[in-house]
Design a protein around this ligand. Sequence first.
Ligand SMILES: *Cc1c(COP(=O)(O)O)cnc(C)c1O
Length: 392
Amino acid sequence: MISPVMPTYARADLAFDKGEGVYLHATDGKRYLDFGGGVAVTGLGHCHPHLIKALTGQAGRLWHCSNLYQIPEQTRLAERLVAASFADSVFFTNSGAEAVETSIKMARKFHDSQGHPERYRVVTCEGAFHGRSLATIAAGGQEKHLAGFGPVVDGFDQVAFGNLNEMRAAIGPETAAILVEPIQGEGGIRPMSLDYLKGLREIADEFGVLLMFDEVQCGIGRTAKLFAHEWAGIEPDVLAAAKALGGGFPLGACLAKEAPAAALTPGSHGSTFGGNPLAMAVGNAVLDVVLADGFLDRVDAMARRLWTRLEELIAAHPEVFAEVTGAGLMVGLKCVPENAAVVGKLAEGGLLTVAAGNNVVRLVPPLIIEDSHVDEALAIMEKACAELAAGN
Ligand SMILES: *Cc1c(COP(=O)(O)O)cnc(C)c1O
């Protein structure tokens, strides 16, 4: 008989009833160091006091009124995102997929408004993940996500990862935009080189197509910049954010330059819940912390410490880990044994991680980790490596 909850996930047999900073407490009484962060969502850890205050304060005032009216906290969050980024305007959603879907719709509408409705296609990279809606699975182009859900939404072309020649060759008279994750998340923590990102900007300018970044996973301080593309010193035209933007409250955003944003005229796009007062209160509280002086510098320092320790670990255990990839606190460990076995072994030792594509174990800890958490994680990993090598 089917479970009352639809069986769409392969869940571990673990449940939690309390979160506290970098730790999760399971219902069986065991405490876990959470380096999975609910898949890069709890960027400020669990139950951050400043977020609790913002959420509960707002909960006592107003939950929802709809986008039929002005929402001052929404205006404030948009203004702050605009001030802190390349963007001129922001549309709020409840999830990453919706933020990417908004980006795709915007690309089509922008070219339509320029008199080029034939420009509707979006070029993406092999290994991509952009969400689970019909359009975003087509954008991701992964057979495992598309199988059985045909016909595939039209309008997406995919090229090899990191190959500028292929990207250039894929742009045609029907191309509206390039859409990539500056660091692929689900695909296996694969960073695009900064030269590649700069090259994409040049190609987009040369052919008059939009450059769109999916920073749903790599954004909001994860790489020690607010957005990962900042490391390349270039700006996209459109960007999708979500995950850590709400710190665990469902919140996404599509940020854009004025020209593409202006194409989404009144009535052309919308969301019932997107940008509601609860989400906006939490989003503003997240930015209070992430944009505070010195916060991203601390992320950078902590990331360097973690990378140094991980490089030592893989040098000591080549039978378990082949390489470390990623940037900042978005880290992938390419495994020699099956990654699921490594994730399981680490969980046994009290460290939560997340599997990703390319046989990678993903570490996306809260950005608030301290030296002691890095030490604790490495001790658990050391022990797990020894046990895996010994065949238990
Ligand atoms: C998680 C993710 C998405 C989808 O976000 P949802 O909130 O699950 O819809 C899209 N793009 C990237 C890069 C992601 O990591």
